[in-house]
Design a protein around this ligand. Structure first.
Ligand code: GRF
Length: 208
């Protein structure tokens, strides 16, 4: 364990581009955080191979049959893994299961999520598709603290992405993801260096 650095657990179930971006940023010895572990509900997800490539430990927790849910006891298991690894911050980066129990309590105020829209627009699944279908000209992404609401916790950082005539869901998604990679690392650094202060819905300390 590297002393003085904030140890981050990333929860992810997918491609893992945000996990990779954060792991790469954390390779800088002057960066304020380290990726302590990956926690996934899908041991065949591409993100697992990325963790292996970086030599980052990963843990699989059981998903439930019911879509979007973990099995009973899995959230408590996530808490145990995080506490054993000395984790100070949990980052949800494409974790496709709802958290509504032990982790939210134990890590209250220390869980962030990255969402591919300018919240509160386009909550839930397939936000870039929602943005294209709605016809917005400005899309983007949000890093926010997680509470029990759906994509509803206090906003830490946002980045805007213009929607051009030639964009479709995939081109927009990839432009949004480039911004996600930048702001997720920045949000982790702001948290790890103790610069964020939450008052109600507002998060202070994230001005550039
Ligand atoms: C990202 O678009 C993030 O906003 C959403 O899930 C996606 C994960 O992508 N929550 P990746 O697995 O990090 O590439």
């Amino acid at each position: 364990m590297t002393s003085g650095k904030c140890r981050v657990a990333v929860l992810a179930s997918g491609r893992g581009s945000n996990f990779r971006a954060l792991a790469e940023r954390c390779q800088d010895p002057t960066f304020s955080a380290d990726v302590a572990c990956l926690i996934t509900d899908d041991r065949s997800a591409p993100v697992v191979a990325i963790a292996d490539a970086f030599g980052i430990p990963w843990h699989a927790v059981p998903a439930a049959e019911r879509r979007g849910r973990l099995q009973a006891g899995a959230e408590a298991e996530i808490v145990r893994i995080c506490e054993a690894a000395g984790v100070g911050l949990v980052v949800l980066a494409g974790f496709m299961r709802i958290l509504d129990g032990d982790l939210l309590v134990r890590y209250a105020g220390r869980i962030m999520n990255i969402h591919p829209s300018l919240l509160p627009a386009f909550k839930g699944l397939n936000a870039p598709k929602q943005a294209i279908e709605y016809g917005v000209r400005i899309a983007g992404c949000t890093v926010h603290f997680v509470d029990a609401s759906l994509d509803g916790g206090p906003v830490i950082l946002q980045a805007a992405v213009p929607v051009r005539d030639g964009d479709d869901v995939e081109t927009l998604r990839s432009k949004i993801q480039a911004e996600e990679h930048r702001i997720v690392a920045r949000a982790v650094d702001l948290f790890a260096t103790g610069r964020l202060r939450v008052e109600g819905r507002r998060v202070f300390g994230a001005d550039d």
